[in-house]
Design a protein around this ligand. Sequence first.
Ligand code: FMN
Length: 302
Amino acid sequence: MLYRLLLKVLTSSSNGSIYKYAPLVNYFFCKLCRFSPRKLPLPLFPKPLMGLSFANPVGLAAGFDRNGKLLPYSEMIGCGFIEIGTINVDATKESDNEVMTAIQNLNKAAKYDQSSNRQQRWGINLGSLRNTLDEQTAADYNKGMDLFWHHADYLVINLSRPESDARSLDPDMNSLDTFLTNIKYHHSTLTSYHGHVPMVAKIAVDHVHNEHIIAILLLLRDHGFDGVILAFENWPDMKPMSEYLCRLKTETDCFPLIVVGGIRSTEDIQQLMAAGASLVQIYTSLAQQGPLQTRKMISRLE
Ligand SMILES: Cc1cc2nc3c(=O)[nH]c(=O)nc-3n(C[C@H](O)[C@H](O)[C@H](O)COP(=O)(O)O)c2cc1C
């Protein structure tokens, strides 16, 4: 109630969107709750996936906490995992403020967490501002992996950027194949030195133009990606989304599918999990409802 009131005051006084203020208001709410005498535990419905144990199957999607500022307080929201980023990396740059800030926040969050046994998983969503699927773009992602390998429970190669060639209606599968080979080779090299960190790709699934999605999923699976985040965009409601998801699950032979887009209630989560989602993520629903309502939505999964 207080959350929504505060957000309303902020957005109407400045004519801004909730997306602009929600991360800030959530940050202050979660930080304040830290001083509450009653510590709210993370809702536990453990979900094993990609060799990790997720406290529950509902995560916070990328974009909300772009640089990891919320991480020390993020258990308040009740999500089983938080995905920070997108952190755009430019392999040609020596130093980068966006990267430095994220690393500082991750170090701070890890220190804050030292005494306890962290149950919430942290993902890092990596991006490149280049749109082409070529060696230079792959080098950006590979540098991102180098920088964040030791900070992440899992890594995301974000191919859902609207301008990316990966989102073309008719993507060049040969370029995509070479690009993924390059990235997977680097991932395997890092794995051999430092141990495995699961890697997934995030791709957009538009309601109208999605004929090529199955081919992309099969390519990711064959390249040894640990799973994929499907960002459903412009879908009218949960029913067609669940039906399509069910088809993808079958045609990709149970490749781990993490679903984001349009999830607003416990029932939506249950429906998508029943249709084959291994995990789900939310964004707008947290922005609209705030941390306490979100926590309630997740707790009701019981
Ligand atoms: C303001 C805003 C910023 C976003 N920024 C990112 C981003 O940086 N990286 C990314 O992968 N997705 C980003 N997204 C997409 C979300 O992660 C998610 O896929 C999308 O909002 C659909 O989920 P929802 O219906 O629960 O909001 C952003 C979304 C919004 C609304």
